[in-house]
Ligand binder design. Sequence first.
Ligand code: HEM
Ligand code: HEM
Length: 275
Amino acid sequence: MPEINVWLDMIFTTVFVLVVIVFSVHLLFNFLTGRMYRRFVKGEWPTHDAPLRMLPKFLHFQHVVCMFGLAFSGMYIRFPFFAGGRTAMRYLHYFLMIVVIVNLFARLAYAFVGRHKDRKQFTPTMRDVKVAPGVVLYYIFMRPTKPHVDHYNIMQKLVYIVFALLLFVQAFTGFSLLTTVFGINIQPLFLWWTGPIGIGVAAGAAYSRIIHYIINWVFIIVTVIHAYLSVTEDYPAFTEFFGFGSANYDFSGGHGHEPAAHGAVITGHGSEETA
Ligand code: HEM
Ligand code: HEM
């Protein structure tokens, strides 16, 4: 299937360039509308009501490192863009893929069990759906403030859920590309579905490679957007998340809030905030 691979390269490099252009324009609008001034000069940042805990920060940091390493080594496996790195890059990919999977399970365990479980922060609610148009309008500069009804907004929640789901598919399709691990044939575990749909194992591996490569690009693109928004929308939270600063806190019992359009700050208890 060589031609589909050429198509995928063309499509995704184009999408990537378009995303960079769109978000450069977004950044420009951030300046033109005064959002950057209000945030970075006047210090009007969203406030948070509880400090971020160490473990999720640590797990997130590991995710970032692993995902960069996996994207880099994966792209090298596909396009060896310098000489002599083949074996090292493969082993780097194999090592990081194990770390990222352990990390993913650790984060899911943290989300679902124990005293500090935070899965509810990621669960979309009816209220999220109701204010979703407002969130979109805020991001495209059609309204001055973002509706605030929960710790994360609906778009963040969806992206975080999609990250986890895609990582599972990425792990599954990745393992489908391996034939043996420590001398054991693992294909029956990951390519069992090829028999029932009547295609050979080789074709199954070829499809898996295509999906693995598509998701590779989706991760690269979504991570660029996620990183850009995390820095521009809430720089203090970004510094705290990476361990070199502090988010903006309001422990007065509010639900956390977004700054209002002209500097006045409205604290919400779950209600929609407008300027
Ligand atoms: C989640 C666990 C993952 C597993 C189990 C996995 C496994 C693999 C394996 C076994 C290969 C083939 C290596 C070889 O030929 O020696 C591969 C290739 C690749 N991986 Fe992963 N990987 C994972 C995650 C990722 C992630 C997160 C990315 C990107 C963000 C990525 C990007 C790639 C790319 C671009 C290739 C080259 C594919 C090609 O040749 O078309 N992988 N992966
Ligand atoms: C340079 C890359 C990245 C930067 C700068 C970044 C930044 C951030 C920041 C600042 C937050 C906290 C948001 C808040 O609490 O208000 C966050 C949350 C999150 N990010 Fe990232 N991120 C990056 C890459 C990634 C990657 C590669 C993944 C997943 C594969 C990811 C998944 C998540 C998830 C699931 C959350 C929710 C909170 C949590 O995990 O505890 N991020 N990110």
